[in-house]
Design a protein around this ligand. Structure first.
Ligand SMILES: [Zn+2]
Length: 360
């Protein structure tokens, strides 16, 4: 049988497809599925699915495969599975980028990555025969495992929380809100392909373990990871993240400000508008949250729904942004305790924090 060597990103997608993380998808998208998702954010059967999941190869590679209908998939020297090839296709990348990312600008990291991918896509059902171990694997639970855990704990309402940051006070505010409203909280940082300057997976996990142990009711919180690449596709990716958490067994999902955004490509609450449009079709309830930020007049973390100073005394408002905290951790200034807990910073002392190069 012909073989295909997978990149880390492709291997992780294979795993997600085979384990039901991207349900209802069970394979890399065929041309029909791809076009339907790009144009309508739905699979051909009508199910909402906002982002393409493709197996990309080069044109030379396709020629070498000589029309093989099954391919063995190999990663890090091991056979990890196979794909039944139902579809081979290409696309007009700038046009697809405009529809998926809202821009064809190659300065957008998700678009740039999409342009760097192979120009041919193979679609069809996949099988996973071997899982490869990474440093974050002990936290990389399957949907079957999380669903069983939630059931064992007797949780009927579970809030999923996406992040790619170490815990700061704005996220803490949202997590406490979730714990107040629901039975359980599933904090699932995204690891997998990210760009230079993003956190190392183990830094995020170390910080979260310290934070949960010290400050949250640990028996009501499950910490996992979502091992898939960031697409930086803003609103569409927010919906993608919600569907994934539905598949892990969550009943609710938090979408805050500029979810999965980058630079100034998306409006702060553009994802909320898309949720509004898709309301009732996702199989998971979305908690649309504004802010939060620190208000020096109120003396605490607030949202624009709970504090009047946002409009009346904007000088009192301090943004709690992941990027500001990243800058201070990188040695540019000190992180204020009202923005991030000193215990969280202390847990990271001496550890490698950031990814140094864009990963492939
Ligand atoms: Zn206030």
């Amino acid at each position: 049988m012909s073989e295909l060597i997978l990149t880390t990103r492709q291997y992780l997608d294979l795993e997600k497809l085979a384990l039901g993380v991207f349900a209802p998808l069970t394979g890399f998208m065929t041309e029909r599925e791809f076009n339907s998702v790009v144009q309508h954010m739905r699979l051909p059967d009508g199910a909402v699915f906002p982002l393409p999941v493709v197996l990309d190869v080069t044109a030379e590679h396709v020629a070498r495969l000589r029309g093989a209908s099954r391919l063995t998939l190999r990663f890090q020297g091991h056979v990890v599975g196979e794909i039944g090839v139902d579809s081979r296709y290409t696309c007009d990348k700038p046009s697809v980028a405009r529809q998926v990312f809202g821009t064809s600008d190659a300065n957008h990291p998700g678009v740039a990555f999409f342009y760097r991918m192979g120009n041919c896509f193979l679609g069809g059902p996949v099988r996973l025969t071997r899982r490869i171990t990474f440093d974050f694997s002990p936290f990389d639970l399957t949907p079957e495992q999380t669903r069983a855990y939630f059931q064992r704990q007797g949780w009927r309402t579970i809030v999923g929380f996406q992040t790619r940051n170490i815990p700061h006070r704005a996220h803490e505010y949202l997590q406490r809100l979730a714990l107040t409203l629901a039975d359980g909280l599933f904090i699932q940082p995204l690891v997998g392909w990210k760009r230079r300057g993003d956190y190392q997976p183990l830094a995020i996990l170390t910080a979260y373990r310290a934070f949960i142990e010290e400050f949250l009711p640990a028996d009501r919180v499950l910490l996992g990871v979502l091992s898939t690449s960031m697409r930086y596709a803003g609103p569409r990716e927010a919906i993608f993240h919600a569907i994934i958490r539905r598949n892990y067994g969550c009943t609710h999902f938090v979408i805050g400000r500029d979810h999965a955004g980058v630079g100034r490509y998306y409006g702060k609450y553009e994802a909320h508008a898309l949720v509004e449009q898709l309301n009732g079709t996702l199989g998971i309830e979305i908690l649309r949250c504004h802010g939060p930020f620190y208000c020096s007049r109120c003396g605490e973390v607030v949202t624009e729904k709970s504090c009047p100073h946002v409009h009346r005394a904007p000088d009192a408002i301090r943004e709690i942004s992941g990027s500001g905290i990243r800058a201070s951790l990188a040695g540019q200034g000190r992180a204020a305790p009202e923005l991030i807990r000193p215990e969280v910073i202390a847990s990271l002392a001496g550890k490698p924090l950031f990814i140094e190069d864009d990963e492939e």
